[in-house]
Design a protein around this ligand. Structure first.
Ligand code: G3I
Length: 332
């Protein structure tokens, strides 16, 4: 196993190879992480609720641990995430009597949060997912209903980028979303980012989460999305890559492994994705997986609690899968 090529070296001249980690996997996957990856993202530990649970009280212990690990092992860090409708404590949106906060208060809390978090990791975190998942999946509306939108209005997005840029003028600032390759949503994300760049809001990239599976999205849809976003002249990062594979639709505590055919199909898909990423590496400068190996993935609990999933290049024992080989071949 020690003679395996390292992903971080194989793709070194094209893009970063990243993994999302949590306090547990930082320990249990340490060897795999340091061997193959040169970028880290906190799966949850830098989110609003994790670092700023009460007004003015910041809790950076776990985030700091990740930053130290990255530094010791020569890895870059992508920050995730500053402004999101999820994992944000209620106090952010409330006034002292429990009603809705007013716009000025909400924006000033957003600013304090961003100043503190981005400021703390200035020079350590080179790219931030500033706004996450603000675009709606369905209907004609552009933006998803949320407290941010409801209270602050649609320019909460521009404000978040402005605050982040002021807090660290050198950080690359991203808008990050899922279903990024589905044509209808892709077009909405495109018009949002286009309008931000036209208004000279400091935004430098689009994050394509890339929560994909054996069928969707098609390679054509992925290519079209990459081309569309790249045409805006911004950087592209693949931020949360996984390719969902599970043995049965609806069985819950299902430890039955997927069939060899499914894993072959997963390998083909991964190979094709990395070929595409390489082709666009002038624009696409980072590929982060939302985990590292099949012993742990958020997909074990979503959308069916307890349904085991096998979405990565490495198996539960951290050994390379067929998909690891096809990804290596894509680098040739
Ligand atoms: O921290 C509590 C813990 O105190 C409690 O005992 C436990 C019981 O369930 O829950 C813990 O919180 C969980 C948290 O992860 C930390 O483990 C939440 O229930 C759980 O919902 C949360 O899930 C995270 C999810 O975001 C929340 O939306 C996943 O780990 C994380 O992988 C996922 O990541 C998101 C990205 O941020 C944005 N894009 C989609 C992606 C996948 O959903």
């Amino acid at each position: 196993a020690n003679e395996l090529p390292r992903l971080r070296e194989v793709f070194g001249e094209h893009f970063h190879i990243g993994a999302a980690v949590n306090p547990r996997t930082l320990v249990t996957q340490k060897d795999l992480l340091t061997r193959h990856f040169n970028s880290l993202t906190a799966e949850n530990e830098m989110k609003f609720v994790s670092v700023h649970p009460e007004e003015g009280r910041y809790t950076f212990e776990e985030a700091d641990r990740l930053i130290d690990f990255a530094k010791e092992n020569n890895m870059a860090v992508r920050g995730h995430t500053l402004v999101w409708h999820n994992q944000t404590p209620d106090w952010v949106f409330e006034n002292r009597s429990g009603g809705a906060a007013d716009r000025e208060t909400l924006l000033s809390r957003m600013k304090s949060h961003i100043d503190e978090v981005v400021g703390r990791y200035k020079g350590r975190i080179y790219a931030w997912d500033v706004v996450n998942e603000a675009v709606t999946d369905s209907g004609d509306q552009l933006l998803r209903p949320s407290k941010w939108l409801e209270i602050a209005g649609e320019d909460f997005i521009a404000k978040a980028f402005e605050f982040a840029h002021a807090a660290d003028p050198d950080a690359l600032l991203f808008y990050n979303d899922y279903n990024e390759s589905v044509p209808a949503k892709r077009d909405k994300i495109y018009s949002l980012v286009k309008s931000l760049t036209e208004r000279e809001v400091p935004i430098h990239g689009v994050g394509l989460q890339a929560h994909w599976n054996l069928e969707h999205p098609t390679l054509d849809h992925i290519r079209e999305a990459i081309e569309r976003y790249a045409s805006l002249g911004v950087k592209l990062h693949i931020t949360e890559l996984d390719v969902s594979v599970f043995a049965h639709e609806d069985r819950r505590t299902d430890l039955i492994a997927p069939t060899p055919e499914m894993l072959e199909r997963q390998a083909e898909r991964y190979g094709a994705f990395f070929k595409l990423f390489k082709e666009y590496s002038e624009h696409l400068t980072s590929v982060t997986f939302w985990g590292a190996a099949d012993d742990y993935t958020w997909l074990d609990h979503f959308p069916v609690r307890g349904r085991k999933n096998w979405p990565f290049l490495f198996d539960a024992q951290h050994q390379p899968k067929a998909a690891f080989q096809t990804v290596l071949e894509a680098a040739q």
